[in-house]
Design a protein around this ligand. Structure first.
Ligand code: GAR
Length: 198
């Protein structure tokens, strides 16, 4: 039996696409949830025939209620593993506790550098260029109550090159690191869940 996965998204969904394209040996994506109605990631899910849902701050302004609604949604789909693939919202305590060691996030830097509050999306790459580091990368890690503080699963380094703009660097980090380590880390956790059930 494949492990059932929900992928949480907010934007373009290239990491979701990488999960679809790489294929998972031990898991299947049964649900994609966005906190933004206009996220292109939702179209990618629909194109694959995967069920989608939107749960935005606008639709549900109370964070505690939003947390409960998300958890209900995940449970009603039998979700066992949650993947944050460019999800720029904050998960609530109930969801995080219910899925302890079962939530995988992809972060576009080498944690513990350039992570934590305010470090998301393009801002991360802007900060990397501003600091002038020569090596950056991506980290797949488990999610706990801290921001970007959970146990690290996989990391991959990427070179910063002369003339890089935040956009150029973001694309290189995605292509060389994120789209490779995210599917690998997710499959690793799905395999663990599968083995625990046997
Ligand atoms: C990715 O670079 C992902 O690592 C980042 O947002 C981008 C989403 O792209 N996530 C974070 O910064 C989380 N802290 P995508 O929607 O094309 O996958």
């Amino acid at each position: 039996m494949l492990t059932k996965i929900a992928v949480l998204v907010s934007g373009g969904g290239t990491n979701l696409q990488a999960l679809f394209d790489t294929g998972l040996e031990n898991g299947e994506i049964v649900l994609v949830v966005s906190n933004r109605k206009a996220a292109y990631a939702l179209e990618r899910a629909k194109a694959r025939g995967v069920e989608t849902a939107v749960l935005s701050n606008y639709m549900e302004p109370d964070p505690a209620v939003r947390d409960e609604k998300l958890l209900d949604l995940l449970r009603s789909h039998g979700v066992e593993v949650v993947v944050l693939a460019g999800f720029l919202g904050i998960l609530g305590e109930k969801t995080i506790s219910a899925y302890e060691n079962r939530i995988v996030n992809i972060h576009p830097a080498l944690i513990p550098s350039f992570c934590g509050k305010g470090f998301y999306g393009l801002h991360v790459h802007e900060a990397v260029l501003e600091r002038g580091v020569k090596i950056t990368g991506a980290t797949a890690h488990l999610v706990n109550l801290g921001v970007d503080e959970g146990p690290i699963l996989l990391q991959k380094a990427v070179e910063v090159l002369p003339g890089d703009t935040p956009e150029v660097l973001q694309k290189r980090v995605m292509e060389e690191a994120e789209w490779k380590i995210l599917p690998a880390a997710v499959d690793m956790i799905c395999r663990q869940v599968k083995e625990e059930k046997q």
